[in-house]
Design a binder for this molecule. Structure first.
Ligand code: PLP
Length: 350
């Protein structure tokens, strides 16, 4: 199956109707990593560099924010709210978007247990970009969403026009829409490199995966999308993705055709839990650094690379395979893990 030019144009036209402000440096490059490909035993490995989307040290949420901030601007919002766990990449990119657009940003950040907050990585950048930061206690993301909705109501009562841009169903759908654009970029870049058949590896809790998969199906691309879960069990994530596919269909007024293999999510690389890294992710980070000068993050892309390496070890990859590894960003969080990552003194003793 080869992607069909008419279907690509049609999808691009529909995506272009969704309001967007330009925040990122797009398209991001697709770079080949031959030494990592050798280690994996595949014909070619490419890395889609969404860590290079530009704004506020980059990441895939810059793409989502192009849509959510456009909605906020259209609705006359004068305050952008973000709620997430303490070292959220989404919140960091939201803080940068607010700075660029000249709109105030307030972040409700959920601390992990009673661990001390380290003013490093994303949190340091949130402050640097001028966001107001409030630490909150919330047992889970549902409680956090309720809390954030409560804050929205309070700001409205005081005469502000706030809009919550994280955790909401609308932000997840627009995250998926943003990832559909990414798939179109990847497909075109692979085609330019002479490749039509490939598998994408991605870390996603649902939106990015649903966007990549739906776009691949809609254009008839011979691209499998393999999700490495950072949070949910496979069954839960399949439900989330299925729900998003239906929402994408109704927003774009397009029927996403089913293809085999279907939704593929591997939940064996989550490690100790959401927002926490794992020994396998640290190993993967070291390997990607040593063999490609590629910097991965401890929570998402490190786990995705651990999944890809795991699949190679299990013999799931073949010497004919072409893999596109989707680097979704998150690199600032690496610096919160310096102690765990450091292998020992360098030969020069520094
Ligand atoms: C670096 C990085 N990768 C992947 C993801 C997963 O994105 P989603 O669950 O929206 O598909 C996130 C989400 O915040 C992220 O920050």
């Amino acid at each position: 199956m080869t992607a069909n030019a008419n279907r690509i144009d049609e999808l691009q036209r529909r995506l272009d109707k969704i309001p967007r402000v330009l925040l990122g440096s797009l398209p991001t490059p697709l770079q080949e990593a031959p030494r990592l490909a050798d280690l994996l035993g595949v014909r070619r490995l490419f890395v889609k560099r969404d860590d290079l989307t530009g704004l506020g040290l980059g990441g895939n949420k810059v793409r989502t924010l192009e849509h959510t901030v456009a909605e906020a601007v259209a609705s006359g919002a004068d305050l952008l709210l973000g709620a997430a766990y303490v070292h959220s990449n989404h919140c960091r990119q939201l803080a940068a978007a607010g700075a660029k657009m000249g709109i105030e940003v307030r972040l409700l950040l959920r601390r992990s247990g009673d661990r001390p907050v380290s003013w490093q990585g994303n949190l340091l950048l949130d402050e640097l970009f001028g966001a107001g930061i409030e630490f909150v206690e919330a047992a889970d993301t549902f409680t956090l969403l309720e809390l954030a909705r409560g804050r929205v109501a309070e700001f409205e009562a005081s005469g502000r026009r706030p809009m919550l841009l994280t955790l909401t169903p609308a932000s997840k759908l627009l995250g998926a829409i943003a990832a559909m654009r990414t798939l179109l970029e990847i497909e075109g870049q692979l085609r330019a490199a002479g490749e039509v058949r490939s598998s994408i590896y991605v870390s996603s809790g649902g939106p990015t995966y649903a966007g990549l998969l739906s776009a691949a199906r809609l254009i008839g691309a011979d691209i499998q999308v393999r999700g490495i879960s950072h949070q949910f069990d496979t069954a839960i994530q399949v439900d989330i993705v299925t729900g998003l596919l239906a929402e994408i269909e109704s927003l774009l007024r397009l029927a996403v055709p089913p293809v085999a293999p279907d939704i593929e999510i591997d939940d064996r690389f989550i490690g100790p839990g959401y927002g926490l890294s794992s020994a396998a992710a640290f190993d993967a980070i070291r390997i990607a650094g040593a063999l490609d000068g590629l910097v991965l993050d401890p929570i998402y892309t490190g786990k995705a690379m651990a999944g890809l390496l795991g699949h190679a070890r299990e013999g799931r990859l073949t010497p004919d395979d072409v893999i596109a590894f989707h680097h979704t960003g998150g690199v600032p969080a690496l610096f919160t893990c310096a102690d765990q990552l450091r292998v020992g003194p360098s030969p020069t003793g520094v």
